[in-house]
Design a binder for this molecule. Structure first.
Ligand code: UD1
Ligand code: CA
Length: 460
């Protein structure tokens, strides 16, 4: 038997979100709320995780995969089952498997592992049957209020807002919705819950039950205002996003990143940034993006799922699923699309588009150009307005450009086509046949001139 197991409740309908997406899959800083919760648990000794989900819930299963186990909570049409009923669904998977059970909600994305560790440690040390995370740092309306004995200050019950008296509603100490329970007491106790006035089985009623059983209920007070914040509405979703954004930016600033204007800088939870990088305003770093050291990013940069090396500069440009090696500069106003691999010391200027292409070390692509499905060698100069005509109306065709090639302004490279190393194309050339190494291609359609300067045709 392991020491801990964790249950995350995520079967609620989330009606107040008015969404076809399950509530716990709404994202906060690019990551689903329930994943924030499960990831926080992973950093503790929380043991195996059971997620309580609604029937079907395929999207939730897809999101979290096999890393957690699933218990299904049936959802009767007429009455809401409640958090106590939800927790009960994990019993078959966990009874006899752990000494303590950590219970969390799937809609509190700002939960911090350090707080969970504190909660779990106190629970183990105190011998309490239940230990709650409480807070008096938030407006108490809508939350469960902690009722204490007037003299001993011992916890007596959690009173839900709708069942609370005027006096109870004034209590500022509230239930954060994160709990530790001793398993041998918890599982049978759940079966003793009685429906609340709303018909729901409240998990929170376990507290009064423990007190009636003469057992100790403890608490740990949260020290950060937002960590217990639960998301029930889209407005709260935006509030959680703001708090998470601040937390993420503070983390990176403490790690040596300069953020010129945190209010207009958006960094997702899965992003990593090296020290001495500077983020300028209106920058979004999203998905699985990593940024190296000493980069400058923005203003107005959008970088999704990309890897940017050290000493790069990205100004007013969009990158998606792209690799930049080191000392690359991009922009303003360029778009690097999926599959672009840009080797070190490449310069990409304005109005450039690169898709599914590699640009070799030291290549320059300064102005108004498009490389699609192209393998471009080292130290190539791509002139203003040069493009790959990679699509023939049916399929995408490849272009290959060797090292040290000079592509003249406005060259059309009609793929499939190859330009050999050290060759050049003249301004406005329409290259629809392969160009051998060390040659010059000029005209429409392009004819090849060898080194002798003699005109040759490709097909002669
Ligand atoms: C709950 C607590 C309240 C606490 C607050 C903290 C209860 C009765 N109340 O209220 O004391 O202050 O959290 O945020 O527990 N869920 C299910 N199945 C259900 C109902 C809910 O899985 O039948 C899940 C939801 O998906 C959600 C979580 O449980 O992730 C909490 O449910 P919610 O309805 O949001 O509870 P609150 O009203 O916020
Ligand atoms: Ca909630």
């Amino acid at each position: 038997m392991s020491n801990w197991a964790t249950v995350v409740l995520a079967a609620g309908q989330g009606k107040r979100m008015r969404s076809s997406v399950p509530k716990v899959l709404h994202k906060v800083c690019g990551k689903e709320m329930v994943r924030h919760v499960v990831d926080a648990v992973r950093e503790t000794q929380g043991g195996p995780v059971v997620l309580v989900v609604a029937p079907g819930a395929n999207e939730v299963r897809q999101c979290l995969g096999d890393g957690v186990r699933y218990a299904v909570q049936e959802q009767p049409e007429d009455k809401p089952p409640g958090t106590g009923h939800a927790l009960m669904q994990a019993e078959t998977l966990l009874r006899g498997k752990a000494t303590h059970v950590l219970v969390l909600m799937g809609d509190t994305p700002l939960v911090q592992s350090a707080t969970l560790k504190r909660l779990m440690a106190q629970h183990e040390d105190s011998g309490a049957v239940a230990t709650l995370l409480t807070s008096d740092l938030v407006p108490p309306a809508g939350l469960g209020h902690i009722k204490r004995d007037k003299e001993s200050r011992r916890i007596l019950a959690i009173v839900e807002e709708m069942d609370a008296t005027e006096e109870e509603r004034a209590i500022r100490e509230i239930n954060g919705g994160m709990y530790c329970f001793r398993a041998d007491w918890l599982w049978p106790a759940l079966h003793r819950l009685l429906p609340s006035r709303s018909g729901e089985l409240y998990l929170t009623d376990l507290v009064a039950m423990a007190v009636r059983d003469g057992l100790l209920v403890g608490n740990v007070a949260s020290t950060e205002e937002m960590e217990i914040f639960g998301v029930n509405t889209r407005i709260q979703l935006a509030q959680a996003e703001k708090a998470m954004r601040e937390r993420i930016l503070n983390h990176w600033m403490e790690a040596g990143v300069t953020v010129i204007d945190p209010a207009s800088t958006y960094v997702d939870a899965g992003v990593a940034i090296g020290p001495d990088t500077v983020l300028y305003p209106n920058t979004t770093l999203a998905g699985r993006t990593t940024i190296g050291e000493r980069c400058t990013v923005g203003p107005n940069a959008l970088i999704y799922d990309s890897s940017v090396g050290d000493d790069c500069k990205v100004v007013a440009s969009m990158l998606e699923q792209v690799v930049l090696e080191s000392r690359v500069d991009v922009g303003p106003f360029s778009h690097l699309r999926p599959g672009a691999v840009i080797e070190r010391d490449v310069h990409i200027g304005n109005f450039a588009e690169v898709k599914n292409s590699r640009l070799g070390q030291g290549t320059k692509m300064g102005h108004f150009s498009y490389m699609g499905d192209a393998q471009v060698g080292r130290n190539v100069n791509i002139g203003a307005g040069a493009i790959t005509c990679n699509f023939d109306g049916e399929k995408k065709n490849p272009t290959e450009i060797g090292d040290d090639v000079f592509i003249g302004s406005d060259t059309m490279l009609v793929a499939p086509v190859k330009v050999g190393p050290r060759s050049a194309t003249g301004a406005g050339a329409v290259v629809n046949k392969d160009v051998p190494p060390d040659s010059l291609a000029v005209g429409i359609p392009a004819r090849i001139r060898g080194r002798s300067g003699k005109v040759e045709t490709n097909d002669s």
